[in-house]
Design a protein around this ligand. Structure first.
Ligand SMILES: C[S@@+](CC[C@H](N)C(=O)[O-])C[C@H]1O[C@@H](n2cnc3c(N)ncnc32)[C@H](O)[C@@H]1O
Length: 451
């Protein structure tokens, strides 16, 4: 503390304070078994002496820095959820009600842990039986998850808020990817793809999305998050445009999640029957969000509930919904292969081939082995693996392009090719922000003969 309170400049004291906290945090983070979270208590003295720094920097001009923000930004690189607390909060001198402090503390950790329910190490809430994770709230609610999404029970809640989603069973990754689609246009001027309905369907504000990304994704791979979903959606929609131009009038979106194609592309919908295939729980979420957003379902949109691990039901369910296997169709399958065992990928490719008349086309995105990705995509994929495992939707399949092509051929697709995302570079031509295609996912294009 002496260095922080001595006769040094405000700027130096500020830098010393951040360094002091970082020294301790780095020691904790480098342990064999780092803790699940770290609470950093900032003393009143430190806040008084070093809470802000205002100075002039030759390169940056006038600079204003805030100690709490600087510590939070620094702490992110250690990838342990951290919570900053003031000394007076700990010592009970804070006039804020205790329930509010507790609520802020736990929701802060909830966000920082990636939005999944969090439990302090070793805590076993009394009387709740076998508990895997819990989120303790503002005195109103206590949630208990039994493990898999959708199986949670909610206790003693007095009000519903967005936090309740954790137990509603909709695909959390579908909600995430909708947010990622929104993030690109929120952050980057001149986006390669825009989804103005994504925030409403995900039930997030722009601020919530940006805050979540800032708190959970390091700068080094933040652009991957914003781009990979937009790349695949733009690619698919170009193929749908081409198909419609060629007279195809059926589009099947496998694992559609919260895709807003039906509302974003009315000009294409005018000539199409769209079949969105997904888990019924995700579709129920989507229906509720559509109602909340005042978006009516067009008559030519059908939601078809299928589990791809049971792909033989696909044909029967689609035809019951009005799909005609005798007519050509265009299919997308974005961001789903990673979540399926290879056997389900094979059987779904086969089921679709069996329903695809001559002139049909399927575009699927998939995760590739690490060595095919640039470092930022590798870093993002590593984070995603850990995150999806913790929310109960683990990513389990990464395939080499040649391997997936072979699988598709055996499944009945005569013409198959892989799209290396680097070939999408023309979409980024002339940009001054340095953005270029990211390699977190490749695309498979499979075609059924010629019309
Ligand atoms: C990462 S989201 C992608 C959603 C959407 N395609 C997009 O690009 O935003 C994965 C989607 O696949 C669906 N899904 C995952 N496994 C599935 C399965 N076995 N059967 C049916 N749908 C599944 C999820 O419900 C979710 O909507």
């Amino acid at each position: 503390m002496t260095g922080l309170t001595g006769m040094r400049s405000q700027r130096d004291r500020f830098a010393d304070a951040v360094e002091l906290v970082e020294g301790k945090l780095s020691l904790i983070a480098e342990r064999d078994q780092p803790p699940d979270y770290v609470a950093i208590v900032i003393s009143d003295e430190m806040l008084r002496r070093c809470g802000v720094a205002d100075y002039f920097d030759k390169a940056q001009g006038a600079v204003h820095r805030d100690l709490r923000r600087a510590i939070k930004a620094m702490a992110m690189k250690y990838r342990i959820p951290t919570q900053l607390l003031r000394q007076q909060t700990i010592e009970g001198r804070d006039p804020t009600p205790a329930a509010k402090i507790a609520w802020n503390f736990f929701t802060g950790l909830y966000h920082k842990a990636g939005g999944f329910p969090w439990v302090p190490h070793g805590l076993q809430p009394q009387g709740l039986g076998k508990v895997r994770a819990c989120l303790v709230g503002d005195g109103h609610a206590l949630y208990v998850l039994d493990g898999q999404r959708g199986t949670g029970r909610r206790f003693a809640t007095e009000h519903l808020s967005w936090r309740d989603r954790a137990v509603e069973g909709a695909s959390q990754t579908a909600i995430m990817t909708a947010q990622f689609r929104a993030a690109h246009a929120l952050v980057d001027p001149d986006p390669i793809f825009e989804d103005p309905f994504a925030l409403a369907l995900a039930d997030r504000s722009a601020a919530e999305v940006l805050e979540f990304l800032a708190a959970n994704v390091p700068d080094s791979c933040a652009h991957v998050v914003r781009l990979f979903v937009c790349q695949r959606s733009r690619f698919v929609e170009q193929e749908v445009e081409r198909a419609v131009g060629g007279g195809v009038d059926q589009y099947v979106d496998l694992g559609a999640g919260l895709n807003s194609f039906a509302w974003r592309r009315p000009e294409l919908m005018a000539g199409l029957d769209l079949f969105e295939v997904d888990h019924p729980a995700t579709q129920a979420w989507k229906r509720a969000r559509l109602t909340a957003a005042g978006l009516a379902c067009p008559l030519n949109l059908r939601l078809v509930g299928v589990d791809f691990r049971d792909a033989e039901t696909l044909g029967e369910r689609l035809t019951a919904a009005g799909f005609d296997p005798a007519r050509a169709s265009v299919w997308s399958w974005l961001g789903v292969i990673q979540y399926l065992p290879l056997a389900a990928v094979r059987s779904t490719l086969g089921a679709v081939a069996g329903l695809a008349a001559s002139g049909s086309k399927l575009v699927a995105s998939y995760g590739v082995p690490d060595e095919l990705m640039e470092p930022a995509s590798r870093e993002f994929t590593e984070l995603t693996r850990a995150f999806t495992a913790r929310i109960g939707e683990p990513q389990i399949t990464w395939v080499a392009p040649g391997e997936l092509e072979a699988l598709a051929r055996v499944a009945g697709w005569p013409r198959v090719r892989s799209v290396d995302p680097s070939s999408l570079a023309p979409w980024f031509a002339g940009r001054t922000d340095g953005l270029e295609p990211v390699g977190a996912e490749w695309l498979l294009v499979a075609e059924m003969g010629t019309p």
